[in-house]
Ligand binder design. Structure first.
Ligand SMILES: C[S@@+](CC[C@H](N)C(=O)[O-])C[C@H]1O[C@@H](n2cnc3c(N)ncnc32)[C@H](O)[C@@H]1O
Length: 303
């Protein structure tokens, strides 16, 4: 059990299985996730000359975008526990000639984050901590007094039917294997671990963040250029993909059934220009709008 609680197991899965899948679907992930960060970063909340930390930066595209906003006198620093992601980010920054973006491999939960930073930002980079309180404390320590922190996380599972429905269909087919029943590596608490504003604000308050606010942001997200790609994507990543992977040999043996079930489920999201995840119609918006609700941004101020 002690070994299971160790953060190293989560770092290993990000460095291996998930890195390989993120690389394969980079075109969908970076474009899809950026619609949320573009909306936030276009507000230019970080003044030129600031030093800003990008938590769980992955391929570092948001770090480079931040660096652009901060100007030559500022610096954006992307941190990720995965050496493979950081290598890609460094190569991309060097290729693009971005000189004021730096990157480092570190576990946000326990390593020195090489502050002080004026502000911290995260796009879907804070939901996978084994000990979120320890991570928030560590981030707090790296911020100057009065630094702000903004993070973008997924809203709840049920509000994202392209993930939720896909997982439910797969669970009808493959045996459900819990993290405790397998020695396969897994990614930790998972993408929806920060979907509850009450729980998140409790963690933040207990780690000395104040003036905590949450904001919903709605955006459609392309989950495949074709239905075949969206099925392939769902079988590889997200809760459906994780259920299949943890089912081991059975998950592989039942691939034909999984594929046709997902094809049927995801066909509800097909448009002329690809397959687009969106909100279950009219759940939070007037039905006529039919906008997607994929994430909320927690905009967090520290006094
Ligand atoms: C869903 S990805 C988001 C990547 C990127 N921010 C984006 O939006 O494309 C989550 C990232 O958090 C990183 N991560 C997970 N746990 C971490 C930890 N303890 N310390 C640092 N990074 C971590 C993963 O390696 C991964 O790159």
């Amino acid at each position: 059990m002690a070994a299971l609680m160790n953060n190293d197991i989560f770092i290993e899965v990000w460095n291996t299985v998930l890195f390989e899948k993120f690389l394969r679907f980079m075109h969908l992930l970076v474009e899809g996730l950026s619609s949320h960060s573009d909306a936030f970063l276009s507000r230019n909340l970080h003044p030129e000359g600031f030093r800003v930390l990008d938590i769980g930066c992955g391929f570092g595209d948001s770090t480079m975008q931040l660096a652009g906003n901060l100007g030559p006198s500022g610096e954006a620093v992307g941190v990720d526990c995965t050496a493979n992601f950081i290598r890609e980010a460094e190569a991309d920054a060097s290729h693009k000639g971005v000189e004021n973006a730096g990157f480092m491999v570190a576990d946000v939960e326990r390593d020195d984050l090489q502050g002080p930073y004026d502000d911290a930002f995260a796009r879907f980079g804070t939901m996978f901590f084994n000990l979120p309180g320890a991570a928030m404390n560590n981030i707090n320590k790296s911020l100057k007094p009065c630094g702000r922190r903004d993070m973008i996380v997924w809203r709840k599972w049920e509000d994202n039917p392209w993930l939720h429905d896909a997982e439910l269909r797969v669970k009808e087919i493959v045996p459900v294997v819990s993290d405790e029943e397998t020695d396969q590596v897994h990614c930790g608490p998972g993408p929806f671990s920060m979907s509850g504003p009450d729980m998140v604000s409790e963690i933040l308050k207990s780690t000395n963040f104040h003036q905590i606010t949450f904001e919903r942001h709605d955006s459609d997200i392309c989950i495949g250029r074709t239905i075949e790609e969206s099925v392939y994507f769902a079988m590889a990543l997200g809760p459906a993909g994780e259920t299949i992977r943890l089912a081991g040999e059975e998950g592989e043996r039942l691939q034909g059934e999984e594929r046709s079930a997902l094809n049927e489920t995801l066909s509800q999201f097909v448009r002329d220009d690809g397959v687009w995840g969106r909100l279950r119609h009219g759940l939070f918006q007037p039905p006529s709008l039919s906008l997607a609700h994929l994430a909320w941004e927690g905009v967090l101020f520290r006094t």
